[in-house]
Design a protein around this ligand. Structure first.
Ligand code: SF4
Ligand code: SF4
Length: 88
């Protein structure tokens, strides 16, 4: 039997990460210092989740429902405008 003859067991849909709230995984949360942020969008490029929100005026904010606290944005932010702060 080839794989083409197998019955479909599951369907993987694209772009589903925005359907799940992942905030419960987080130990630390990223906080943006707006005075240091240059709106370069590097954090938006590197974030593995749909957690960096781009606003029309160029500003970025964090959607904490979809941020899992990985800290990649803090590491990659060129002017070090993001700090990971321990969750209460
Ligand atoms: S990477 Fe840093 S400076 Fe660039 S948009 Fe994000 S928070 Fe702002
Ligand atoms: S901590 Fe990770 S998931 Fe949260 S905004 Fe930064 S890069 Fe995205």
């Amino acid at each position: 039997m080839s794989w083409k003859e197998l019955e479909a067991g599951a369907v993987v849909k694209g772009g589903t990460s925005s359907s799940y709230v992942v905030s419960g995984w987080r130990v630390k949360r990223p906080v943006i210092d707006e005075a240091k942020c240059t709106n370069c969008l590097i954090c938006w490029i590197y974030c593995p989740e749909p957690a960096i929100v781009r606003h029309q005026e160029g500003k970025v904010t964090i959607d904490y429902d979809h941020c899992k606290g990985c800290g990649i944005c803090e590491t990659e932010c060129p002017p070090k405008a993001i700090s990971m702060v321990r969750e209460p």
